[in-house]
Design a protein around this ligand. Structure first.
Ligand code: SF4
Ligand code: SF4
Length: 439
């Protein structure tokens, strides 16, 4: 037997070794297995240990003892979900000390120059943040950061629609002597050399995230910009190039759904050709949330397409890979389950999730109070009563209770879960091969 990945010492410390008794045992629900070169591989998602066992050893009493002691086999009557929940509760407790807010999603406006049909936000003309509110935002950030470096995420609407606020707050934060850097989430159309210069030198923007929905024609149709700019796709491409030239990192998000799937291979090919040598570019694929409403065949098709796109993009831009295996049981998934980030709306209300502008509000920048109860209720783990208990990836999955997208989380689609399991099994085999060749 060989250990391919060490277990999480904290979880093992909580669980201890399981006693071996004269009982009937069964595999833990959260153990995945695979076979590779006459070995059986086991990945325990409770402890995050991976082991390989030669097939001829499988029936030995020594191996059985190891599998019981290390929670691969559990008594028939064991409540597996409860075991994970207890460990998760301790991890939550360990992480429950005071935290400073140091990430601020600032909505300069809820207005936008595009009209994407899938947009979750109620576009609100005239919803720009005012200079008075912006002055209070600076005070709020200074107080919350308490001298620590901060990260600003410029958000909207289209944040560039109200860029004087970005000038003002960036100046203000700097004058307060705070270290900061920024990310800007934009459709990319409004950039020009002036704004790129500001982004680089005044706003300290390190990354701009831009969403694309297709090549020229499809992009123009989906974005439906309110101003006539002729060829918006071309303009955005030029802006991406200028941002990269200014050494600002660009993250391109490719939305996919039935509305654009026939065009996406073309877009990936185009990006791979046009930007193949760009170190500072990252492209990722984002299925739209309505995917869960598609038929089985449509979903299969979309997941295949997504895999194909990701594989091609990885070959060309192959960076920013996620960690191969998580270190421990998931105890949060996004800013809404942590306590270190907030969103600030144009009117000074403080929220917990940037994708919600009318709910999950914690307070405002004026009173500076955070409603702990709302925060706790919003951030706790959500359970699908019928699905989660027996879902093999349950320990690695955390859905935030207040998440506006939880009803359509694609991971809960049984087809998607099976695909995820297959991908994990492939990674287990790869890990085994690497260890065999001593990598
Ligand atoms: S993927 Fe869905 S069903 Fe599985 S544990 Fe997560 S929330 Fe539950
Ligand atoms: S709650 Fe949902 S939508 Fe909001 S930040 Fe978290 S994952 Fe994103």
């Amino acid at each position: 037997m060989e250990q391919l990945l060490k277990p999480d010492s904290i979880v093992m410390g909580m669980l201890g070794k399981q006693n071996v008794g004269e009982k009937d045992y069964r595999p833990l629900t959260y153990v995945l297995s695979a076979e590779e070169a006459n070995k059986k591989l086991y990945y325990n998602l409770l402890t995050h240990e991976i082991i390989s066992i030669d097939l001829y050893e499988l029936e030995s009493s020594e191996i059985r003892k190891y599998l019981i002691e290390n929670w691969y086999l559990v008594p028939e009557e064991q409540d597996d979900q409860q075991l994970v929940d207890e460990c998760r509760a301790v991890l939550t407790l360990m992480d429950s000390g005071p935290k400073k807010i140091h990430v601020f999603y600032i909505f300069t406006t809820l207005d936008c120059n595009a009209r994407c049909f899938y947009c979750f936000e109620k576009r609100m003309p005239g919803s720009n943040m005012t200079m008075e509110t912006a002055s209070q935002v600076i005070e709020y950030i200074k107080e919350q950061a308490d001298g620590e470096p901060v990260k600003i995420v410029w958000f909207g609407g289209e944040p560039l629609f109200n860029y004087p606020i970005i000038d003002f707050i960036s100046d203000g934060i700097r004058e307060k002597g705070l270290q900061y850097e920024a990310i800007l989430i934009s459709n990319g159309l409004l950039f020009d050399s002036d704004l790129i210069g500001k982004a680089k030198n005044l706003w300290n923007v390190k990354t701009v995230q831009i969403t694309l929905d297709g090549t020229r024609k499809v992009y123009k149709r989906v974005k439906a910009y309110v101003t006539d700019v002729g060829d918006p796709f071309e303009r955005v491409m030029q802006n991406i190039k200028s941002l990269l030239k200014a050494e600002i990192r660009v993250k391109i998000r490719l939305n996919i759904g039935l509305y654009n799937c026939s065009d996406m291979r073309g877009l990936v090919d185009y990006l791979c050709e046009e930007f193949k040598n760009q170190e500072n570019l990252n492209v990722y694929v984002n299925p739209l949330f309505e995917l869960i409403e598609y038929t089985v065949n449509e979903r299969e098709y979309m997941y295949d397409l997504q895999d194909e796109m990701v594989s091609k993009l990885n070959q060309v831009f192959g960076r920013n890979q996620k960690k191969e295996f998580p270190d421990t049981i998931a105890n949060g998934s996004c800013m809404a389950s942590g306590r270190e980030a907030v969103s600030i709306l144009p009117d000074g209300k403080v929220g917990i999730c940037p994708n919600i502008t009318n709910d999950g509000l914690l307070g405002d920048i004026y009173t500076k109070k955070v409603d702990d109860k709302v925060q706790e209720e919003f951030g706790r783990r959500f359970y699908w009563e019928d699905k989660c208990r027996n879902c093999p990836i349950y320990p690695d999955c955390y859905i935030t209770n207040g998440c506006p997208n939880k009803d359509s989380v694609e991971g809960c689609d049984p087809i998607k879960i099976q695909r995820q399991i297959k991908q994990i099994q492939e990674k287990m085999k790869m890990r085994c091969r690497k260890i065999v060749i001593g990598d």
